[in-house]
Design a protein around this ligand. Structure first.
Ligand code: CS2
Length: 454
């Protein structure tokens, strides 16, 4: 049936095309459910078109370009689904098309660059320095961005803002360092220009967006009357906290609920520890116990208790009335329990060595500094240690080092894995023994039947 329906395009769903004033690197589902959605809902959306570039593969750009950049956002709550066509992406481009990126960054009309390049990608980029020097095409997102910034300086196109939307604490600072670490050895003058002209904005982003399935495509066809090969399914909840300057302007994202603050750290920590930290616990503990999705894992008392224990510890280090921690925690339980959102634990489990460094280590350190064991945070690491024993192929930016650690056994193996997160803590025998004990305890737990409720 759906083959007979027209493909989504600006003919089927007339939407004005805004001029490109934003560039995005990392065109994936999250960009579309979050920054593109916020831009569509800004009061001045008509002035802000996005040119979105893919990362490693061109696929997402090809699919979107075939429907004029349009896609459907399906908001999925316990009560049902609602559908909206989003048109803020006016150009979808293969990330390998560096020439187009250079052209857009060299234009004074471009005011903002947003990034969802994954946590791990901020550390890559050094490989691009020789390519930049020899005039070849850079291959990493930050290498490509530096090439674009060089063109902007040469064109005298003025200042701009770079906005990191990855789950890292102080992500603006991390992005700045990642960019300057490439720019410095390439061209010291460019590095100085960047320091003077580019504002790195820190943000905390939040909207749970699982992978789209074939069933979602069929649902959109049935309910919207067009064929959309790139819909995105997300929860109704959305949050965006930003801190930093936009020297060339920005969309009025506050119209869609974005919040601008001076000090972002407490908001970042609240999100990274309470939401993402709980996700990581559920990803490893849940899969070890035979669960597939976040909602299933949360319904298992063993997993839920591990989450609550970690939240108790983390909350001690989140102060300030405005954070409304009890309400935030209650809302999280509801969001995670939304069983109509099939958020797969396997998706969250990837890139552990980068994620746990943000999610577990700061709480573990803070607890130990306060003279306590930090068992809740240690358990997050312990369930990963137990999980990789049975899943040695888990995707990770440090997969070689994980494999090497896995050749060891017992406390030595645990210490080697902890060292990938924090060498200082790996050198503390009490920490390693605690993680080892918790991990051994977890590995021997008999897997529960999927979906077992407490
Ligand atoms: C998740 C996040 O995959 C993960 O690591 O914890 O993608 C999470 O769903 C988002 O940050 C929610 O805003």
């Amino acid at each position: 049936m759906s083959a007979e329906l027209p493909r989504l395009s600006r003919d089927v769903s007339p939407a004005a095309t805004a001029p490109v004033r934003m560039v995005h690197l990392g065109l994936g589902a999250f960009h579309r459910s979050h920054q593109a959605w916020y831009t569509q809902h800004a009061g001045d959306a008509g002035e802000w078109g996005i040119a979105a570039f893919t990362g490693r593969r061109p696929d997402a750009a090809e699919v979107l370009a075939a429907q004029d950049g349009l896609f459907t956002v399906v908001e999925r709550s316990d009560a049902g689904d609602s559908f909206e066509t989003v048109g803020s992406i006016v150009e979808a481009v293969d990330g390998a098309n560096v020439d187009r990126l250079v052209e857009l960054l060299a234009s004074s009309g471009t005011a903002v660059v947003t990034l969802t390049i994954t946590e791990a990608a901020y550390a890559f980029g050094a490989n691009d320095v020789p390519l930049l020097v020899s005039g070849e095409k850079p291959t990493t997102p930050l290498g490509r961005l530096v090439r674009g910034l060089a063109a902007r300086r040469d064109a005298d196109a003025g200042p701009l803002a770079i906005v990191s939307c990855d789950n890292l604490s102080d992500n603006g600072k991390v992005a700045r360092k990642g960019v300057l670490d490439i720019a410095h050895p390439f061209d010291a003058g460019l590095a100085a220009w960047i320091e003077a002209n580019v504002s790195f904005v820190s943000t905390s982003v939040d909207r749970i967006t699982p992978r789209t399935t074939e069933a979602d495509l069929a649902l959109v066809a049935e309910r919207c009357g067009y064929r959309d090969e790139a819909p995105v399914v997300t929860e109704p909840f959305h949050n965006w906290v930003l801190s930093g300057d936009f020297p060339a302007g920005r969309p009025r994202w506050e119209d869609a609920g974005a919040v601008f603050v001076d000090a972002i750290e407490p908001y970042e920590n609240r999100k990274l520890w309470l939401l993402n930290g709980a996700h990581s616990i559920l990803a490893y503990a849940g899969q070890l116990r035979g669960h597939t999705t976040v909602a299933e894992a949360l319904a298992d008392a063993v997993c839920r208790d591990a989450v609550e224990e970690f939240w108790e510890e983390a909350s001690r280090h989140l102060s300030g009335e405005e954070l409304r921690i009890p309400e935030y925690r209650a809302a999280l339980l509801e969001r995670f329990g939304n069983s109509r959102i099939a958020h797969h634990l396997a998706q969250i489990a990837m890139d552990a060595s980068t994620k746990l460094r943000m999610r577990a280590i700061p709480v573990l350190r803070a607890e130990r500094d306060a003279g306590r064991s930090g068992e809740g945070a240690a358990r997050m690491i312990a369930v990963w240690v137990a999980f990789v024993a049975g899943n040695p192929g888990l995707q990770d930016p440090q997969s070689d080092a994980v494999a090497e650690a896995s050749r060891l056994s017992g406390v030595e193996r645990t210490a080697a894995l902890v060292a990938l997160l924090d060498t200082g803590l790996a050198g503390d025998p009490a920490v390693v023994e605690l993680i080892q004990k918790l991990s051994a305890g977890f590995a021997s737990v008999v897997p529960a039947k999927t979906g077992t409720a407490a």
